[in-house]
Design a protein around this ligand. Structure first.
Ligand code: NAD
Ligand code: UDP
Length: 317
C-alpha cells in the first residue's frame, strides 16, 4: 500500500466468520473486498455493509484465478459444516487446495500478506489432548471428513512451501469450534442446531451418547485473534491455535442450551455418531497468549445468550 486505506481481500466474506471479519475491518478504516460464491454464505450476512463505499462484494469461486490489487488477504472460503462440506466433497477439496494456490499466487504477485483459516480438524481424532501446534494429527485420509481435513492440511503445506520457497508473509490460524450470530439456522453445526431446535420446541438431536467433547469460542473473540495474528511481526507465521479452552461434552452443551432457552420439556433424541467424529477436542492456546497476547474474553454463557437472542429475533422475521 502506498497511500490511504489498506485494501483487504476476504474470501468467504459472506459466510458466518467472514461477515464478522468484514465488519471489523471496515470499522478499522480498511477498504474491504469480499469475494464469495455464496455456496454456504448469504447476502443477508453482509447486506448492512453494501451501502458502505469502502465495501465491495464480488461473486467469484476461489477455485478460479482472481486478479485484484490488494495489500492483505484473509482466505476463509470453504464450507465449514460437515453436512455442507460433505455435500460435494470433490469441490470441498478443490476449494481448499486450488483456492489456496490461487490466493497464494495472487499474494505473491501483489506482495500481499496472507492469512489462512485452517482448522482444528487438521488434528483429526486426536491422541494428544489438549492439542498443541506441534501435534501432527490423526486424520483418516479416506473417510467422509477427509475432503475437508486433508484439503485444509494440504493448504497449510502450500502456505509453508510458498513461505520457504518465495519468502512470503503468511499467517496460519488453526480455528477451533466457533459459534455466534449469523450462523446459518440450517448450518448443521451443533450450537446452531441445538438453539434452533430448542427455540422451535423440537427434540434435540444428540449424535452418539453425547460424551464427545468440544470447546466453543464466541465469534468476536476469534475475530480479535485474526486481527492480532495478521498484525503480528513477520516471523509469527503460525500455525497457531485460536479457540476457547473451556471443554465440555456435547451432552452438557445440549443441557445448557435447553436450560437457557427455557424449554424444560424439550426431549433429547439420539442419532448414530457420524463416522470419524472426533471424540475430544480442546485447544492449547499458550502460543496465542505468548505471541499475540490473545485469549478469549467472552464466557460461554454470555456468548450463548447473544446467539440465542439472534436466532429468536431471526425466527420472528
Ligand atoms: P461458512 O460456511 O459460513 O463460510 C464459508 C464461506 O465461504 C461461505 O460464505 C461460502 O459461500 C464461501 N465459499 C465456499 N466455497 C467457496 C468457493 N469455492 N469460492 C468462494 N467462496 C466460497 O463457514 P465459517 O464458519 O464462516 O468458516 C469460515 C472459514 O473458517 C472456513 O475456511 C472454515 O474452514 C474455517 N473454520 C471455521 C470454524 C468454525 O467453527 N466456524 C472452525 C474451523 C475452521
Ligand atoms: N452434534 C450433535 N448434534 C447435532 C450436531 C452435531 O450431537 O445436531 C455433535 C457432532 O457429532 C460433534 C459435535 O456435535 O460431535 C460438534 O459437531 P459440529 O458439526 O458442530 O462440528 P465438528 O464435528 O466439526 O466439531
Amino acid at each position: 500500500m502506498k497511500y490511504g486505506r489498506k485494501r483487504v481481500l476476504v474470501t468467504g466474506g459472506a459466510g458466518f466468520l467472514g461477515s464478522h471479519l468484514c465488519e471489523r475491518l471496515l470499522a478499522e478504516g480498511n477498504d474491504v473486498l469480499c469475494v464469495d460464491n455464496l455456496f454456504t454464505g448469504t447476502k443477508d450476512n453482509i447486506v448492512h455493509l453494501l451501502d458502505n463505499p469502502y465495501f465491495e462484494l464480488v461473486r467469484h469461486d476461489v477455485t478460479f484465478p482472481l486478479y485484484v490489487e490488494v495489500d492483505e488477504i484473509y482466505n476463509l472460503a470453504c464450507p465449514a459444516s460437515p453436512i455442507h462440506y460433505q455435500r460435494d466433497p470433490v469441490q470441498t477439496t478443490k476449494t481448499s487446495v486450488h483456492g489456496a494456490i490461487n490466493m497464494l499466487g495472487l499474494a505473491k504477485r501483489v506482495g500481499a500478506k496472507i492469512f489462512q483459516a485452517s482448522t482444528s480438524e487438521v488434528y483429526g481424532d486426536p491422541e494428544v489432548h489438549p492439542q498443541t501446534e506441534d501435534y501432527r494429527g490423526s486424520v483418516n485420509p479416506i473417510g467422509p471428513r477427509a475432503c475437508y481435513d486433508e484439503g485444509k492440511r494440504c493448504a497449510e503445506t502450500l502456505f509453508f512451501d510458498y513461505w520457504r520457497q518465495h519468502g512470503m508473509r503468511i499467517k496460519v490460524a488453526r480455528i477451533f469450534n466457533t459459534y455466534g450470530p449469523r450462523m446459518h439456522p440450517n448450518d448443521g453445526r451443533v450450537v446452531s442446531n441445538f438453539i434452533v431446535q430448542a427455540l422451535e420446541g423440537q427434540p434435540i438431536t444428540l449424535y452418539g451418547d453425547g460424551s464427545q467433547t468440544r470447546s466453543f469460542c464466541f465469534v468476536d473473540d476469534l475475530i480479535e485473534g485474526f486481527i492480532r495474528l495478521m498484525a503480528s511481526p513477520d516471523d509469527v507465521t503460525g500455525p497457531i491455535n485460536l479457540g476457547n479452552p473451556r471443554e465440555m461434552t456435547v451432552r452438557e452443551l445440549a443441557e445448557m442450551v435447553v436450560a437457557m432457552v427455557g424449554g424444560a420439556k424439550t426431549e433429547i433424541v439420539y442419532h448414530p455418531l457420524p463416522a470419524d467424529d472426533p471424540l475430544q477436542r480442546q485447544p492449547n492456546i499458550t502460543l496465542a497468549k505468548d505471541k499475540l497476547g490473545w485469549e478469549p474474553r467472552i464466557t460461554l454463557e454470555q456468548g450463548l445468550e447473544r446467539t440465542i437472542a439472534y436466532f429468536r429475533e431471526r425466527m420472528k422475521a
